[in-house]
Design a protein around this ligand. Structure first.
Ligand code: IVH
Length: 689
């Protein structure tokens, strides 16, 4: 019998293990990388399934299970993930009160049940559930002293310098009715308008887009540059006050007080007396929230009376006195009229669904991405199908499924049926034969130099703000000049003459002069940005800067091998291959020669072979661990600039070890046995000052 049971049980035990691993990985992608690969709904469903299974198998209880702790935004990977090599930029501080999460449900019935089970006469405060990232603000004697992210719920990163850039968060409260010490919790958000502007900018710079305002806010709060944080325009709504001697007997009274003290508290908060009022609130905000300037993903219900809250208490992860109702992601069924194909700047061909227009999240959607060939095949999607289109905070609406096909419709030719219909094999823009790199889902047009959207896209990237910053040469002008045969590649920009530009329709002499001034000014743009502007695949702004620091002239870079390039921080085999391929292409070399002739900066100004000091003369220094203030490459450079030599392994000859956090155990052991000194980064910086 026992055997029979364990046989039945086994698959579920395995499912528990698999779900724990999957959810842990998702937590990491969501909180640390800001790149979730699963919808919130899918995540919640899996979490609920895991909770149910764990209840069935109590012997499998594990305090480390994702059901027992909240996701962590601290900069480290889950146990089996390679830890990040990034230095620790923020101080990690223990929360005074753990930062819990909320139980949630997508079902109105479950919410009704939750309300009905509360003791009779209990008041419920209904609030919007803001979709940003939670923050804990500590005030001492009215002064903001700490601003911690949720972290792992027990400790968080202090991001106070960034938080201080948010106008709606007071730095100082000058009133005599505030407690000596208190904590405010709330949500940091990037308003829709700011989010869209940021993504537009990133698109121009060819940087990865943020999937939604939450990810954008989270990425922004972890930046090292408060000025950039300020520029992006975060805001914050506060929804919870904690501390020892606080005013009021109810949650609502405290929020009213907080509003008086100058905190931004939402106007949408309502005290509800019964389940009907709660449900009416949910229905109202389900549609009304679309008019708000920030993202919301549900409603939070909280027991109003603080004594009653205490009585209800907490589970390991959530308060029992609160629950969240989550709005379902907005989806609509509509007719797929046609599939067309769009060619991007890098030649990737994306299938696009042309739809019968449909209203979704406040806008009319008529086009949505079908991702790639495999996606279309897996879902067996064909023109004539009715498909589900979703716009759940993502930038581009996407097709997420199709309705059952009735017999009549199945007569439409299928993409699965290779004989009748298949992904195009030639580029819809230039007719070149498409290629599909093994292991990649995308088909690409290889005709980089002759395919119009690729040509124009490369020029747009070249002139963009973070690249050569040529004012006046926008998308439309580039298109115009391209069609006139005046612009075919980035080097042509430097052959443009005033009369070429001024004769174009809509372009007068003044704007022509403006463009020419921008072109002239671009000749002073430093080498690192020129390298970024060239648009080598996957070489973004930061990577270009790192490469330019090591290869300070284009000639050096041109002869670098993939192996050598891989030694640069952030450069992996794929990027290295792309760089090598770029310099192997004759047409690129011709363009580079023309750019050189035009007078562009092809050498790094920052290259200073002379030593900054002789402080480290003759010393042999090993770098180990992760650092907070500078990257490893920067320390390497500093060692060399101050006369020292950076070596890889610890030996008798090692003068000292520049030791960061989490130094490798082997190196540590060896250093101890040889009696070699460990120098912290602070000491080191002082040393060379
Ligand atoms: S109260 C102990 N109120 O939702 C309860 N949370 O999924 C503390 N959130 O971690 C949370 N809007 O980041 C509360 N009006 C609101 C909220 C809210 C958004 C977030 C918060 C929390 C998460 C739980």
């Amino acid at each position: 019998m026992a055997d029979l049971f364990s046989e039945i049980e086994e698959p579920e035990r395995n499912e528990i293990r698999a779900l724990r691993k999957e959810l842990e990985e998702q937590n990491y992608k969501y909180y640390v990388l800001n790149q979730p690969s699963m919808s919130d709904r899918e995540f919640d469903e899996k979490m609920h399934r895991l909770q149910d299974l764990e209840a069935l198998y109590p012997d499998m209880y594990d305090p480390k299970s994702p059901t027992q702790h909240v996701g962590s935004d601290l900069m480290k990977g889950p146990s089996d993930q390679v830890p990040s090599t990034k230095g620790k930029a923020f101080e990690t501080v223990k929360h005074k009160y753990p930062m819990l999460s909320l139980a949630n449900s997508y079902s109105r019935e479950e919410i009704e049940d939750w309300v009905r089970k509360l003791p009779e006469g209990v008041e419920i405060v209904c609030e919007l559930k803001f979709d940003g990232l939670s923050i804990s603000l500590w005030y001492e004697k009215g002064v903001l002293t700490r601003a911690l992210t949720r972290g792992d719920g027990q400790q968080g990163d202090d991001v106070i310098q960034n938080i201080k850039t948010i106008p709606s968060i007071p730095w100082r409260i000058e009133r005599n009715d505030i407690p000596e010490r208190f904590e405010m919790r709330g949500e940091v958000l990037l308003p829709w308008e700011r989010f869209e502007a940021l993504n537009k900018e990133r698109e121009e710079q060819e940087e990865a887009l943020f999937a939604n305002p939450r990810n954008a806010a989270s990425g922004t709060l972890k930046l090292q540059d408060p000025k950039e944080v300020a520029r992006r325009g975060l805001t914050a709504y506060l929804y919870y006050m904690l501390g020892e001697e606080l005013p009021g007997k109810t949650h609502y009274e405290r929020l009213e007080k907080a509003k008086e003290w100058g905190f931004q508290i939402s106007d949408a908060i309502k005290v509800c007396k019964d389940v009907d009022e709660v449900m009416a609130y949910i229905s109202y905000w389900d549609t009304e929230r679309k008019k708000l300037s920030v993202a919301t993903d549900g409603i939070v219900l909280k027991v109003n009376n603080l004594a009653q809250q205490e009585e209800l208490g907490y589970t390991a992860k959530t308060p029992r006195w609160a629950i969240a109702y989550k709005f379902p992601a907005e989806k609509q069924l509509t007719l797929l009229k046609e599939i067309t194909y769009q060619v991007g700047r890098t030649g990737v061909v994306t299938p696009v669904a042309n739809l019968e227009p449909v209203q979704l999240s406040g806008t009319i959607v008529q086009r949505a991405t079908l991702h790639n060939e495999d996606f279309i095949r897996q879902l067996d999607i064909r023109p004539g199908d009715r498909v589900w289109v979703e716009k759940g905070g993502e930038i581009i609406p996407k097709i997420v499924g199709r309705a059952d096909r009735n017999d009549e419709m199945s007569a439409t030719p299928s993409l699965n049926d290779g004989m009748m219909y298949s992904f195009p094999d030639v580029c819809p823009e230039c007719g070149a034969k498409l290629v599909r790199v093994e292991g990649e889902a995308a088909w690409r047009c290889p005709n980089e130099a002759g395919c119009p959207p690729q040509i124009k896209g490369k020029i747009e990237h070249f002139v963009s703000r973070k690249a050569m910053n040529i004012d006046g040469l926008g998308e439309e002008t580039i298109d115009l000049l391209y069609r006139q045969g005046l612009l075919h590649n980035i080097a042509d920009i430097y052959s443009l003459r005033s009369e070429d530009i001024a004769v174009q329709e809509r372009l007068g002499e003044k704007s022509a002069q403006n463009i020419l001034d921008g072109i002239e000014a671009s000749k002073k743009v430093p080498w690192a940005r020129v390298l970024f502007a060239l648009g080598i695949r996957m070489v973004g702004e930061t990577t270009a800067r790192k490469i330019a620091r090591v290869y300070n002239t284009i000639d050096n870079l041109q002869w670098a091998t993939a192996e050598q390039l891989c030694a640069i921080e952030d450069v992996g085999p794929q990027i290295a291959e792309n760089i090598v391929a770029y310099f192997n292409d004759m047409s690129n070399l011709e363009i580079l020669e023309r750019l050189r002739q035009a007078g562009l900066q092809m050498e790094g100004e920052s290259y200073q072979p002379s030593a900054a000091s002789h402080q480290l003369d003759g010393m042999s220094i090993v770098i180990s661990g992760t650092f907070a203030q500078h990257s490893r490459d920067e320390y390497k450079e500093m060692i060399e600039q101050n006369g020292g030599k950076n070596t890889g392994s610890v030996s008798k000859k090692t003068s000292f070890i520049l030791a960061g956090e989490n130094m490798g155990p082997e190196k540590l052991k060896k250093a101890e046995s040889l009696g070699i000194r460990l120098v912290s980064e602070e000491e080191f910086l002082e040393m060379i000052q």
